[in-house]
Design a protein around this ligand. Structure first.
Ligand code: ASP
Length: 325
């Protein structure tokens, strides 16, 4: 049994500079050295990047997924990726959409950097390694382990800017917990088929925008946001509503590019057939918008970009959101 560990920076790997704030500077070996209990699990550690997670990109994450897959093929029981928590809900979902191995890929990070009292990085790293090594975690795709909880990448959200309990799965709850160091999984969602491997050149040329509607929003913004884009995600009010003036504008855009309707609330589904006003979910679907279901706006943007980079047509985009949303 061995676990491959890929270190991508973030707060978990930050240390002081002497002047100013902390920056990413700890290596994977530094991270593991801080956790004596890891000694019972053989680790194959690799430093990929030492960056804040705001600097991560789709190609970088897809490269890590490829390298993680190669580690599994070479015999690793599971994989752990450490990174910043800021973009973790997006990177983990991106990885989950393309991860095609039964072995778990577990993403973790930290909210308190190592210079603070009670840093959570060591405990989160230990938990992630235990999940990666656990037979019960197989066939669940990409998982997120922090704060002694295990979440499915496709459900997890960062819900607080500083709390160590920031990661939550509002629509589903955690899949399980670490109890006295043991992995206890309580529920096993069915895996979706992974998407086909992503062509990096097509991905680079595929641009998807996200617009969050706000009270008394300026409809002129829409054209600016969508200009030159191949797809658009709209984070609507509540169950998927927009100001009335947005409805025809979104309908016109939906004739040109896929436009996916999500909710800006952070939990719950976009409805399909409850409200009937102009700008309601029924009106927008009639105008050609794709229902994003339970996917939050950030995850919908990841899925739409991968689908379009893979050459999906309208019907395939709609079918994929029906399946994944
Ligand atoms: N800003 C940091 C990052 O995302 C926060 C963290 O690591 O949790 O890299």
């Amino acid at each position: 049994m061995s676990v491959a560990l890929f270190a991508l920076g973030g707060t978990i790997a930050m240390a002081g500079t002497g002047s100013g704030g902390v920056v990413t500077r700890l290596t994977a070996a530094d991270l593991t050295a801080a956790v004596p209990l890891l000694a019972d699990t053989p680790l194959d550690v690799r430093d990929v990047d030492a960056v804040p997670s705001a600097a991560l990109t789709y190609p970088r994450i897809l490269d890590v997924v490829d390298a993680a897959g190669a580690a599994v093929v070479a015999g690793a029981t599971g994989v752990v990726v450490t990174q910043g928590t800021d973009t973790l809900e997006e990177t983990a979902y991106l990885a989950d959409l393309v991860w095609r191995h039964p072995a778990p890929l577990v993403v973790t990070g930290a909210m308190r950097n190592p210079t603070l009292a009670g840093p959570d990085g060591p405990a989160n790293l230990l938990a992630a390694v235990r999940v990666a090594a656990a037979p019960a975690a197989r066939d669940l795709g990409v998982l997120v382990a922090l704060n002694d909880e295990v979440h499915a990448a496709r459900y997890v959200r960062k819900t607080h800017s500083t709390s160590t309990a920031t990661f939550a799965s509002p629509n589903a709850g955690p899949l399980g917990h670490l109890v006295e160091g043991q992995v206890r999984l309580l529920t096993r969602p069915t895996r979706h088929e992974p998407l086909p491997p992503v062509d990096r050149d097509r991905l680079a040329g595929t641009r998807v925008a996200l617009h969050t509607v706000t009270l008394d929003d300026d409809v002129a913004l829409l054209d600016a946001v969508a200009d030159g884009r191949d797809g658009l995600v709209v984070a609507g009010f509540g169950v998927g509503h927009v100001p009335p003036a947005f409805a025809p504008a979104l309908g016109a855009l939906a004739e040109r590019i896929p436009v996916v309707l999500t909710s800006r609330t952070g939990a719950g589904a976009v409805l399909r057939n409850t409200y009937g006003a102009v700008g309601s979910e029924t009106d927008l679907q009639r105008r050609g918008l794709v229902n994003g279901g339970l996917l939050d706006p950030y995850k919908a943007k990841v899925l739409l970009r991968l689908l379009l980079a893979g050459g999906a047509d309208r019907a395939q985009v709609r079918a994929a959101f029906h399946r994944h949303g």
